[in-house]
Design a protein around this ligand. Structure first.
Ligand code: SF4
Length: 409
């Protein structure tokens, strides 16, 4: 597989963090066997995080992030450090890179931050060709239970071992493929996908979640039939046998539920991705909060990327409209897009997040856990829509019982 062609959301993000001239850029070059990051003997050559894709077998496609130095100074330096801290929020694995000077206060303080975020990490004593790690630093790592390794980007010493260590500390969810639809269908089944082709559909292609589901159906040796919502009735009547499952875009869930006989199982792409990309229990409990919304409550609509807003935009227009119709009261909506997730989450009665197709699983779970930690219910677009259409029970019915019951925890 060409590592460069894997969508960013499906990659494992590995950030190299440390002071200026700890040799982070050279280390990435040594790990990937390519000259990409700017390598200079002058401290602080790396400004923005430089991303380098690589195939780290058996982990799969990864991106190494070469970040600005923690000891960067001046106004620009502070902005660079802020950017480095943002990278942490989407980091799956961190390498704290120490130069021949060893672990200083800056490295120790970032280690604490990384620990708070529960990011698996290891300390890399770089430049072992110049000096061996000092015993105080080794003792510090030993006492705190931090794995560490001494390497040299110049001589290549322990670079292969470093790759093995990275694979070893990777969280299990990165080593296993999370379930999308594979447990809901079996070989020989027919699965109908309902894909509206409206103004919000990208020109000439399907979106990533639709492509992923399609691929998984084929991997299961099942048959995929793709249709538009207005052709669903005809599609079903053309089939010799009823499909094992219908998977629809959430925006047309009501029409699909109306047109589909009650005995045919149905769910939505959003429900599949609530499990694949996040924590479906948290998201289903968040959807239930919709019943408790009251006049004037603030709702945050969070989108993980920015895009052109259409007149009937799903996040800005449709969801606020459906939510207020369902609740029968006026709500106040705030919106955030891109990498910035607000600090002051406590002011919201509910967070409704987009499907997060551009985020990786760890990034999305980190957002959900942050909401949960602060006691703020969070759901996703598709589940919120199905809830307001009274269809939450029907679209979760094809899932195993433990998932449905996790919603009530
Ligand atoms: S689902 Fe979220 S991340 Fe994906 S395109 Fe829409 S706004 Fe962007």
């Amino acid at each position: 597989m060409d590592a460069n062609k894997t969508p960013r959301a499906l990659r494992t993000n590995i950030a190299l963090i440390g002071c200026r001239n700890a040799g982070k850029s050279s280390l990435i070059n040594a790990l990937t066997g390519q000259e990409t990051a700017i390598v200079s003997p002058l401290p602080g050559t790396t400004t923005d995080a430089v991303a380098k894709p690589y195939e780290l077998i058996p982990l799969g496609p990864v991106t190494f992030y070469d970040t600005a130095g923690l000891d960067d100074d001046g106004e620009l330096g502070l902005l660079r450090i802020k950017a480095t801290r943002k990278i942490l929020f989407k980091t799956d694995i961190a390498l704290v890179v120490a130069s021949e000077k060893g672990l200083q206060e800056k490295e120790k303080s970032i280690i604490e931050e990384i620990r708070k975020l529960s990011i698996p990490f290891l300390v890399v004593f770089n430049k072992s060709d110049l000096t061996a790690p000092n015993t105080a630093d080794e003792e510090y790592c030993r006492q705190k239970g931090i794995p560490c390794l001494s390497v040299s980007s110049t001589t290549g010493k322990n670079i292969d071992r470093l790759k093995e260590e990275i694979i070893k500390i990777a969280p299990p969810e990165l080593k296993e493929d999370p379930l999308l639809a594979g447990d809901l269908i079996k070989a020989g089944d027919t699965v109908v996908l309902v894909v509206p082709i409206d103004l919000s559909a990208p020109k000439g292609r399907l979106i990533l979640p639709q492509v992923q589901v399609l691929r998984e159906i084929l991997d299961c040796n099942a048959v995929a039939v793709v249709t538009k919502e207005n052709d669903l009735k005809q599609t079903i009547s053309n089939l010799k046998e009823a499909p094992a499952l219908v998977i629809t875009d959430s925006q047309v869930v009501k029409k699909v539920a109306t047109d589909l006989p009650e005995q045919i199982k149905m769910t939505t792409f959003s429900t599949l991705f609530a499990r694949y990309k996040g924590d479906i229990g948290i998201l289903l409990r968040g959807a239930d909060q919709i019943d408790r919304l009251r006049e004037g409550d603030k709702v945050l609509i969070a989108e993980a990327c920015s895009h052109h807003t259409l007149s009937d935009d799903i996040g800005k227009v449709k969801i606020p409209r459906w939510l207020q119709q369902y609740c029968g009261c006026g709500l106040s909506f705030e919106f955030c897009t891109g990498c910035d997730f607000p600090e002051d989450l406590e002011k919201y009665a509910l967070v409704i997040h987009c499907g997060a197709c551009m985020l990786n699983r760890v990034e999305m779970i980190r957002r959900l856990k942050e909401c949960e930690r602060r006691g703020i219910p969070v759901t996703n677009y598709g589940l919120a829509i199905s809830k307001t259409q009274g269809l939450l029970e029907r679209i979760t019915a094809p899932f195993p019982a433990h998932i449905r019951s996790s919603a009530a925890l």
